[in-house]
Ligand binder design. Structure first.
Ligand SMILES: [Zn+2]
Length: 424
């Protein structure tokens, strides 16, 4: 269950801003809506009327009287609209279905992109979504859009502009257009680390922070930043690339074009390679499984595994310190699939470095925590970003009614089975 708190209203449309404030407040009067958003009473009345007519907002009793006529309270109808978050990775695709209130009502994880042709992966995503929406039993007409989250950097709304070698086939693939064509839904693209910051924020991991970072480790290392409730996007939503801070001049080459990057010295792929070179036996069925196996060894006190991960943690701590110093952070949340496995092995090194040398440490503390939903924060963020967008009418095209080609998974987590009505 998400805590539905959105960013400040400054970057949102009037309708999205009002929905966001109502979502955060639970129940609120028109007068308080005007006060919180700075909009005029007349504007609030007009937009609220439209939201009521469209079924997204309902009147829900009256406030306690403060002398005059008690004000009518408004609240969201959480089941009036839904959005989808899809986190596309080489090793797995995570799906999240969120309602208008920000609660996750369906989730699923399926085989990743691996080395498949991008067009076939897009087709598979579309089939998976058909099954997910069907299994949860919602009306496809209530879907407002799809937030597709992938490793950056992203080229605006088009696709991935630069990819690590294992995903070269995705470079310049028109991902947004292909997905929109296949699903009939409006598609937003977002960098995985940036989306994870939104996902953590919506899930309440910010803990009242005014400036926090989601430090994200999947196949690579990056971060997303929330400043006073606003997502900090930089020029193109590719902020916080702390994995590509150079910490060793003349260090190993990195796929980004630099050398001596934290990721090239201490990212999960490098850690797995070091473990293998040290003679540690790993399953060899994907780097994420290998990284998870190495983590389990370290947690079971295998000295060689602990030593390799400790060295990685010290480098990651350098990246965390640089980020904390530049942004004057008060909280860092470790998230993403690699931290879901190994967060407890990285936290001590990061805390130790920040306690010793975080520049603002005498002014305010900095919290370092591990996410409680590190595997799906990015997908939650993708769905949240769609809900915070315009909530424009859907594209006119619809997905074709699908046959019985359900995914092979035995069930959707958190989903209830319904009749075989397909996601159109
Ligand atoms: Zn790099």
């Amino acid at each position: 269950m998400s805590t539905a708190v959105g960013p400040k209203v400054s970057h949102l449309s009037t309708q999205a801003a009002l929905l966001d404030v109502i979502r955060g407040a639970g129940r609120i009067s028109r007068v308080d809506l005007a006060r919180r958003t700075g909009l005029t009473g007349a504007t609030v009345s007009i937009v609220v009327r439209k939201l009521i007519d469209e079924g997204m907002v309902v009147e829900a009793g009256r406030a306690e009287s403060t002398g005059g006529k008690p004000a009518v309270l408004l609240e969201l109808d959480p089941d009036a609209r839904y959005s989808i978050g899809v986190h596309l990775e080489q090793s797995g695709i995570t799906y999240v279905l969120s309602n208008l209130g920000g609660a996750v009502v369906g989730r699923w994880r399926h085989t990743g992109a691996e080395t498949a042709d991008p067009s076939s992966v897009v087709e598979r995503i579309s089939l998976d979504l058909t099954s997910l929406v069907d299994s949860v039993g919602i009306d496809p007409d209530l879907l407002v859009g799809l937030g597709l989250v992938s490793p950056g950097p992203l080229a605006s709304s088009v696709g991935m502009a630069l990819t690590r070698p294992s995903m070269n086939a995705w470079t310049d693939f028109p991902l947004a257009a292909a997905l929109q064509r296949s699903t009939g839904l409006p598609v937003m693209l977002e960098n995985d680390a940036t989306a994870s910051a939104v996902g953590e924020y919506w899930s309440g991991s910010h803990g009242g922070s005014t400036c926090f970072a989601a430090l994200y480790m999947g196949v690579g290392l990056g971060s997303g930043l929330m400043v006073r409730g606003d997502l900090y996007r930089g020029a193109s939503s590719n902020t916080g690339e702390v994995g590509h801070i150079c910490v060793a001049l003349d260090g190993p080459e990195c796929w980004c074009g630099g050398d001596g990057c934290v990721e090239a010295l201490a990212g999960p792929e490098v850690v797995v390679a070091e473990a293998r070179a040290a003679g540690i036996s790993l399953p060899g069925n994907g780097h994420d499984n290998d990284f998870a196996a190495l983590t389990r060894l370290a947690l079971n006190d295998d000295e060689r595994a602990r030593s390799i991960l400790h060295k990685s943690a010290r480098y990651v701590a350098l990246a965390a310190q640089a980020l904390a110093n530049i942004m004057d952070l008060d909280r860092i949340v470790l998230t993403g699939p690699a931290f879901a496995q190994a967060g407890s092995l990285y936290v001590p090194a990061i805390r130790e470095r920040l306690n010793r040398s975080f520049f603002a440490r005498t002014t305010h503390p900095i919290e370092v925590t591990i996410s409680l939903h590190a595997n799906e924060a990015a997908a939650i963020g993708g769905a949240a970003l769609v809900l915070q967008s315009e909530l424009a009418p859907r594209a006119s095209s619809r997905l074709a009614v699908r046959g019985p080609s359900s995914p092979s998974s035995p069930s959707f987590m958190g989903a209830r089975r319904s009749s075989a009505r397909a996601f159109r």
